[in-house]
Each structure stands twice: as structure tokens, then as C-alpha cells.
Ligand binder design. Structure first.
Ligand code: TEU
Ligand code: CA
Length: 555
């Protein structure tokens, strides 16, 4: 594939509400991001994705936008955003925003106007249907539970579609006026200095019309949206048009939140003239997911993790460039998710860091990941804020789980795990805010915090910094950024190992278990580029790896 400006970068996701609170109202904000830019620069970050920071009633933490042309007063002002863009630019950093255009907020003026006059211009911005005797146009279940249909405020004889929360009415992408509005907004931000977008829930913009029922798959009598998405074709027409009107003329970076794409569509999505620059590899996050709900999810083992990563790498090959993650704002903390038996140690965290970071693709770090932030343990459902977790709690109870079991699955998978405030130091509220944080701080902040790690050469933070420095090292960049990935000793149990081959040959060798194990080296090595233990134990052509030991070798 042709090389792109963003490919040799390292990206970092900020969830602004929980990043850093500059004015002590308990909510992170844009001036707070500006204050921490040097911290991110020191880590080696280039691209910063900021989760939605626009005006929003926060029904879904800002993924319900009521004005696409402004900044949420809780986060600051447009001037603050301009200031952030300028400060980032000074440091050769790039800001990308979240593009949430499958839906808007029910408090957006378009929806308000649609409620005033459902037959007028704005009625056609949404999916509004007649409601005869309470009948639903179709039996689809919204992602957050319940029917996707909700009575239209002020019009009991009509109803509107929302595949997410009822406060997130879906925009009607079939209407060219809607698409025009979306492109206008994207270009407005790009012209303002934003370098691109992460594109939210984008697969959902294409609905299979006319509305019809799909198989009922839960006791609620409704049908998972996935049946409809499988059946819908033609999303590419919208996405190609969006690319041509916005990203392409600006040479912007775009990363799609794409799920369930069909194999043959990969080149269309991220090939040389793809709809997006890149898309996230969700193969490990969705592994074990059950259509029944979180309570029925299957745990991922080290072997599964390895298989998912290698499968994605093989299918993408040189078609395009994936974006790699171990967590985001919708997922449990990566270390809590992928390291079995809660065996969280500095070594296991470093192991996981190196394993995903050295894959071919653009690495994203989610805030707090670089210091090894962990899941929260919930002791009561009242501590949960996230709408998705609350729904899943009830799904679990309805399926016959006890309250304890339901709470355990929420604890395991809740989106709030990743949304607790960043742990900056050992002072009150982990230094995130002097006010009351909107979501409680993880009580482990005295042990896990930025201040304790930035100057410690053995810390996880320093390990991430070394991984980033290695990716950018002129000697190895060609291989790490552009080289191919070839699995090594793929069959060896709980060993995750792969070559990166470019103008050099590197071998990433990791022991994904807490017992030591030996592995045969393919040849002698020239240099140890990274090691999470002080020593390498080799005898002849065999290396013995300590528990969760990971080595990056130059062969
Ligand atoms: O998520 C899209 C998505 O597919 C979700 O259903 C995701 O699987 C779910 O959050 C897991 O519980 C995006 C955003 O990342 C998410 O935060 C938003 O809630 C959602 O879109 C709606 O905008
Ligand atoms: Ca604040």
C-alpha cells in the first residue's frame, strides 16, 4: 500500500470527562487536556483522538450531540478548542475528533423541528413512521435494550427510530440533505485545524428498508440489530461519498469504528482508496461475545487472544493498515480483560503492551493504559452510571442470574471500568480534580498513578515510552511501521511470537502465562531491543522465558 502521513505515528484516546479537570467542577475539560499535552508529548504520542466534546445532554456521555458546531460548556469553549489545536500544532501533534453521525441527540434542533412538524423538512431527517394501535414497524432491539421505536414527542400517532438510546434518534442517511449537513460539519472542523476523525458506530447508518422483522432472539420478543445489519447492503455508497466530499480533499486521517464488515469489503473500507484511512481491529474485544448478553460471554484465553490477532493480521495483509487497541471507553481495561486469573503484575502488563504494540498497524493507547489502570470492582448496581451496563444487569436478571451474578458480569464488562478518572498522583481524587469527580476514582490510585511512574525507569509508563521510541527509531521504523508480520511457533501453547520483517528482521517473543517456558530460536540474535526482565536466559538455540516475559530481538 501507498505510504500515508499518519502511518508512522502513535495515537492516544482521551475521554475528556475523565482526563483532567482544570477548574475543579469534577469534570475533565479542554484546558485540562492542554495542561497535559507535554505529558503526552513526553510519552511520544502524536495523534490525539478526543471522544465527543460537543454540547450534549450526556444521555450517552456525549455520544448524543445537540450541536455539532460548538463545545460542551462543561468542557470549555470553542476558543479553548482553538487554543488546544494551536498548542498541539506547536508540538507537532494532531487532534482528531469523534464523528457521531449515525444519530444526534433528541435535543438537537433538527429533532425538535421534526417534532414540531413531522411532515416538514426536518421530519425527513429522521426515520418517523405512523403508529397504528401501538404497532411497531419492526421488531429490532436497540443496543441499549428495548425496542428501537419510541413515540414521537407531541405525536402519539407517530414513532421514531433509535438503534441506540431513545435520546439518540437515528439520522436518515437516505436523505441527501442530511448527508450534506454532515459533510458541511466535517469540513468546518477540518478547516479549523482538526486533522481527522474517529467515526462512531458507522455501520449502522445503512438500514434495510422497508422495515421488517428478523428472528426473535431474546425473551423480550425482539431481534438483535445484527440480523438487519447483515442483511443491509449499500453502506459503501454513503461512505465513498463522505470520503470524497470531506476526508480526501483534506488528506485527513479517519479511523472507522467498523464491526461485522464482510471479508470482500475490506479493500473498500481501508484499501488504497478506502472509505477510511484505517479501522480498529476489534477481533479480541468481540471474542466470546454472546448474543444473549454479557452474562453469557465466554472468557478469552491467551490462545484465543493470539489467534484473534494473527487472524486479523493475516486477513488484512497488505490491503490496509489496522488500528490496534487493547481497550477503549466501551471496553474493560485491557490488562483486566486479557491477562488470565487476574494475575496483574508489572510484568504481565508489560507483556500485553509489547504484544499488541508491535503488531503491524497504528497503535492506540487509551488514557490510563500507559500506567496500567485496572477494572473497578462494583459492590452495588447503584455505583454504575453507564446505560449499557444498567441494561445488561437487567438482561442478566431476566435470564435467571442472581443479583450477585448480574453484578459480577457488570463488574467484568462495564464501560465504566475504563471511564473512571485518570490517576495522576496520590493526592485526593488521584489529582484528577479537587471537586467531586463525576465518577468515582478507582481506589487503587495510591499504587497506580502517573506521578509514581514517569521518573521510574522500570515502570509501565517507561516501558510504553520505550516501545514508542523503538517504533520511531530511524533504524527500526521501516521494519516496525511498514514491515510484514509472520507468526512464529504459532502452535506452541501460551507462546505468542511473531516476526516483523522489513529491512531488518525482528522477533517478538512472549510467554503468555505465569509459568516459565522455553522456546527454540530460529537463529542467533544480534541484539535485545526490549525485555521486561533484566536478563535473557539462553542456552544453545533455546531461550527460557520467565513468567510473562517478552523479548524483542533483532535477528
Ligand atoms: O459504540 C458503538 C457500538 O457498537 C456499541 O454498541 C458498543 O458495542 C457498546 O457501547 C458496548 O456496550 C459507539 C461508542 O463507542 C459508544 O460509546 C456509544 O455509546 C455508541 O457508539 C453510540 O454512539
Ligand atoms: Ca472541569
Amino acid at each position: 500500500m501507498e505510504r500515508k502521513w499518519w502511518q508512522d505515528k502513535v495515537a492516544y484516546q482521551i475521554y475528556p470527562k475523565s482526563f483532567y479537570d482544570s477548574n475543579n467542577d469534577g469534570i475533565g475539560d479542554i484546558p485540562g487536556i492542554i495542561q497535559k499535552l507535554d505529558y503526552l508529548k513526553d510519552l511520544g504520542v502524536d495523534i490525539i483522538w478526543i471522544s465527543p466534546c460537543y454540547p450534549s445532554p450526556f444521555a450517552d456521555q456525549g455520544y448524543d450531540i445537540s450541536d455539532y458546531y460548538d463545545i460542551n460548556p462543561a468542557f470549555g469553549t470553542l476558543e479553548d478548542m482553538d487554543h488546544l489545536l494551536a498548542e498541539a500544532k506547536k508540538r507537532d501533534m494532531y487532534i482528531i475528533l469523534d464523528l457521531v453521525v449515525n444519530h444526534c441527540s433528541d435535543e438537537h434542533e433538527w429533532f425538535k423541528k421534526a417534532c414540531e412538524d413531522p411532515d416538514g423538512k426536518y421530519g425527513n431527517f429522521f426515520y418517523i413512521e405512523d403508529r397504528k394501535e401501538g404497532e411497531l414497524p419492526c421488531n429490532w432491539r436497540s443496543y441499549f435494550g428495548g425496542s428501537v421505536w419510541e413515540p414521537l414527542p407531541g405525536h402519539p400517532d407517530k414513532q421514531y427510530l433509535h438503534v441506540f438510546h431513545k435520546k439518540q434518534p437515528d439520522l436518515n442517511w437516505e436523505n441527501p440533505e442530511v448527508r450534506e449537513e454532515v459533510y458541511k460539519n466535517i469540513n468546518w472542523w477540518l478547516d479549523r485545524g482538526v486533522s481527522g476523525f474517529r467515526i462512531d458506530a458507522i455501520i449502522n447508518i445503512k438500514k434495510k428498508l422497508p422495515f421488517k422483522d428478523y428472528p426473535v432472539d431474546r425473551p423480550d420478543g425482539l431481534s438483535s440489530i445484527h440480523y438487519m445489519l447483515e442483511d443491509a447492503t449499500g453502506v459503501g455508497e454513503f461512505l465513498g461519498e463522505m470520503r470524497d466530499h470531506t476526508f480526501k480533499p483534506h488528506d485527513a486521517f479517519s479511523v472507522g469504528e467498523v464491526f461485522n464488515e464482510k471479508e470482500e469489503e475490506l479493500p473498500d473500507f481501508i484499501g488504497s482508496n478506502g472509505y477510511f484511512s484505517s479501522m480498529f481491529d476489534f477481533s479480541t474485544t468481540v471474542f466470546g461475545g454472546s448474543p444473549n448478553g454479557w452474562y453469557d460471554h465466554k472468557e478469552i484465553t491467551p490462545e484465543d487472544y493470539k489467534e484473534c490477532c494473527f487472524h486479523s493480521q493475516k486477513r488484512i495483509g497488505d490491503i490496509g493498515y489496522l488500528s490496534n487497541i487493547i481497550e477503549n471507553h466501551d471496553e474493560p481495561r485491557g490488562v483486566s480483560h486479557y491477562i488470565p486469573d487476574g494475575d496483574l503484575s508489572l510484568q504481565s502488563k508489560k507483556f500485553l503492551a509489547a504484544m499488541y504494540f508491535m503488531l503491524r498497524g497504528l497503535p492506540f493507547i487509551y488514557q490510563g493504559q500507559e500506567i496500567g489502570m485496572e477494572n473497578l470492582t462494583f459492590t452495588s448496581i447503584d455505583q454504575v452510571d453507564d446505560i449499557s451496563s444498567i441494561d445488561e444487569y437487567h438482561v442478566a436478571l431476566d435470564a435467571g442470574c442472581t443479583e450477585k451474578e448480574a453484578l459480577a458480569c457488570v463488574s467484568r464488562y462495564s464501560r465504566d471500568n475504563a471511564r473512571t478518572p485518570v490517576q495522576w498522583d496520590t493526592t485526593e481524587n488521584a489529582g484528577f480534580s479537587k471537586g467531586t469527580p463525576w465518577l468515582p476514582v478507582n481506589p487503587n490510585y495510591k499504587d497506580i498513578n502517573v506521578e509514581a511512574q514517569v521518573n521510574d525507569p522500570d515502570s509501565l509508563f517507561s516501558f510504553y515510552k520505550a516501545l514508542i521510541a523503538l517504533r520511531k527509531d530511524p533504524e527500526y521504523k521501516e521494519t516496525i511501521v511498514y514491515g510484514e508480520l509472520i507468526p512464529y511457533l504459532e502452535e506452541q501453547h501460551n507462546l505468542m511470537s511473531y516476526y516483523r520483517k522489513g529491512d531488518k528482521t525482528l522477533l517478538v517473543l512472549g510467554n503468555f502465562q505465569k509459568e516459565p517456558q522455553s522456546a527454540v530460536l530460529p537463529s542467533a540474535y544480534k541484539k535485545v531491543l526490549l525485555n521486561n526482565y533484566p536478563e535473557v536466559s539462553v542456552s544453545g538455540n533455546t531461550v527460557t522465558l520467565d513468567n510473562y516475559q517478552v523479548l524483542i530481538l533483532e535477528l
